[in-house]
Unconditional design. Structure first.
Lengths: 110, 112
């Protein structure tokens, strides 16, 4: 069964304290892995797409990496405005549909 | 561009009532989808469409109907609301299946 698991469920950081969020997956044929950011009361906002192991993408303080079993979202020197829930989703080879993880809620304190 | 719009933002229904959640996009996207988001469950796909006139079921389609008569609109119909359908509903669109999806602001539905 296709599955996406994100850890930790919640993460509290001090401003400037770098860390990583994990997204592990077991799917039959990965076609793409997506990272989204979701603010309270809003819809998810697209961040990155990764297609193959070894691929990396960066945007401001965020960097996403991909291996054959997991993806990491690295947050360097976070600021309070980075506080949000980060969602990982995998597109499987069989159906082409997205399977979402449960998300990691990040809180960055000043 | 307005992007993806959803109406209403909030809705309260009684068990057994029916209603339609509206979704529209102005980006000329072929692919549109409906998700529900529940605490601890993540986003789950209800129905999706790869183009006007074509729809298919997602992971949790029971109790919901969709149609796609135009590229822009993709309404979600609740046939007979049940408390288990209390959730936040998101509509999304993308250029094609497998590309990044753009989400609407959501509709928070409560069924009493």
């Amino acid at each position: 069964e296709d599955q996406v698991t994100q850890s930790p469920e919640a993460l509290r950081l001090q401003e400037g304290e770098s860390s990583s969020l994990n997204c592990s997956y077991t799917v039959s044929g990965l076609r793409g892995l997506f990272w989204y950011r979701q603010d309270p009361g809003k819809g998810p906002e697209f961040l990155f797409t990764l297609y193959s192991a070894g691929e990396e993408k960066e945007k401001e303080r965020l960097k996403a990496t991909l291996t054959k079993k997991e993806s990491f979202l690295h947050i360097t020197a976070p600021k309070p405005e980075d506080s949000a829930t980060y969602l990982c989703a995998v597109q499987t080879g069989n159906t082409g549909k997205l399977i979402f993880g449960q998300g990691t809620t990040l809180q960055v304190k000043p | 561009n307005a992007g993806v719009t959803q109406t209403p933002k909030f809705q309260v229904l009684k068990t057994g009532q029916s209603m339609t959640l509206q979704c529209a996009q102005d980006m000329n996207h072929e692919y549109m989808s409906w998700y529900r988001q529940d605490p601890g469950m993540g986003l789950r796909l209800i129905h999706y469409s790869v183009g006007a006139g074509i729809t298919d079921q997602g992971e949790v389609p029971n109790g919901y109907n969709v149609s796609r008569s135009t590229t822009e609109d993709f309404p979600l119909r609740l046939l007979s609301a049940a408390p288990s359908q209390t959730s936040v509903y998101f509509c999304a669109s993308s250029y094609a299946e497998g590309r990044e999806q753009f989400f609407g602001p959501g509709t928070r539905l409560t069924v009493l």
